[in-house]
Ligand binder design. Structure first.
Ligand code: PLP
Length: 407
């Protein structure tokens, strides 16, 4: 590795975000100055304890939680997701069913696969071509056997937002717990948990300009809970292990900043996202936006390009210093479209060519314009190598400015 600073256009903020310098500065004293153990009764422990209390309050405010003690600090959203599912099943052993969706993050899907091996029944809700859930199917699956429903608030690949508040109400009718993976919703949607029936919510610091390695599990007061971490009484016995004070402090500041920037996310960042989407759809034939275009997070656009491989597009973009991500995962030499694209039944001629661009409050207009400038050339070059494109080259219709990008 060289010491050259990475320069470029970063449009992969759903994967991770840059730590805000204000967050970083707030953390620094907690490494070398305020390093006491927050559980210690002496003078070294006390300021750290107070700083953690303050951060807990900042997170509670950010989520609209009624009580600060509903916030449990974890190491990441993956830990929070795992904790939520196992807790519900261990707290209600008479209920052995889980309902989730086919488009969750692997933190949920892989845990569910493990649960199935242990004999639990997991129902996976499908989605339609625009990534939307069928609430009638959901209603039919809910029963007094359901321990927990886990549905993400927003999808990481397409940004599609799910009606979790309504789904939580429905879960309550059968006495099931309701968990949402709020990783991609945090900082993009105005979350006010006290007005909902959501019992648990996971989110992660590194998606909202805090560092990697800090997460949260919101746990509504009164929700039956079983910790699977044992070894100490931290976090009121709900998550053993000495608190990661610097990161907790950073997360508190990141939450305050995310709340402050929420209007900017939904106007400035959204405008930039729409500018990017419009620019690409106008300049590149045979591509479309995947997911629920009308109902998605403001920073995300996922575009399927027919007759090209997403991985090839990413490599070419990278040559121009542009970072995005693809719905294809190159595993053992075969390009598999992502489970989200497969669940939406995106035709194979385009499912391989999906690219997700995800913006942040640090994204600039000139960066968006640069992508619009270089991408059409990349796509036409890649298509010129594609026998499929040569054989099937569809006639390129006029660009329709009212086209909303749906299938
Ligand atoms: N859930 C969703 C929807 C995500 O997008 C991610 C990260 O990409 C995670 C969970 C996992 O978060 P973490 O990296 O904090 O474990």
């Amino acid at each position: 590795m060289t010491d050259t600073k990475v320069q470029g256009i970063y449009l992969d903020n759903n994967a991770t975000t840059k730590t805000d310098p204000l967050v970083y500065n707030a953390m620094i004293p907690f490494f070398t100055e305020y390093y006491g153990n927050p559980s210690s009764m002496h003078d070294f422990g006390e300021p750290v304890r107070h700083a953690i209390d303050k951060a807990r309050h900042q997170v509670a405010e950010f989520l609209g939680a009624e009580h600060d003690d509903e916030i449990i600090f974890t190491s990441c959203a993956t830990e929070s997701d795992n904790t939520a599912l196992w807790s519900a099943l261990n707290a209600m052993p008479e209920r052995r069913e889980v309902i989730t969706t086919a488009v969750e993050h692997s933190a949920i899907l892989d845990t569910c696969a493990t649960l199935e091996k242990k004999g639990y029944k997991v129902h996976y809700l499908g989605v339609d071509g625009r990534g939307r859930l069928d609430l009638d199917e959901y209603r039919r699956l809910l029963s007094d056997k359901t321990a927990i429903v886990s549905v993400m608030w927003a999808n990481n690949e397409t940004g599609t937002i799910f009606p979790v508040e309504q789904m939580a109400e429905m879960a309550k009718e059968v006495g099931a717990q309701f968990h949402t993976d709020g990783v991609q919703a945090a900082g993009k949607i105005d979350i006010d948990l006290k007005r909902t029936k959501i019992d648990m919510l996971s989110f992660s610091g590194h998606k909202i300009h805090a560092p990697k390695g800090i997460g949260v599990l919101y746990l509504r007061r009164g929700t039956r809970f079983r910790s699977f971490m044992h070894g100490g009484h931290q976090e009121r016995g709900r998550r053993a292990g000495t608190e990661n004070a610097p990161y907790i402090v950073g997360l508190g500041v990141a939450c305050e900043l995310a709340k402050m920037h929420l209007p900017m996310m939904n106007d400035t960042v959204k405008e930039l996202r729409d500018r990017l989407q419009y620019g690409i759809l106008k300049a590149v034939p045979n591509c479309f936006v995947t997911g629920d275009v009308e109902n998605r997070t403001a920073n995300t656009v996922n575009i399927a390009f027919e007759y090209v491989e997403g991985e090839s597009i990413l490599l070419k973009l990278n040559e121009y210093g542009i970072a995005a991500t693809s719905g294809s995962a190159c595993t053992s030499g075969s390009l598999e479209p992502s489970h989200v694209m497969r669940a939406m039944k995106i035709p194979f001629t385009s499912a391989h060519g999906t690219v997700r661009f995800s913006l942040s409050r640090f994204t600039r207009e000139a960066e968006i314009d640069r992508v619009i400038e270089v991408l059409p050339g990349i796509i036409s070059e890649l298509r010129s190598y594609s026998p499929y494109w040569q054989q099937n080259k569809p006639s390129m219709g006029e660009f329709d400015p009212d086209y909303k990008g749906t299938l």
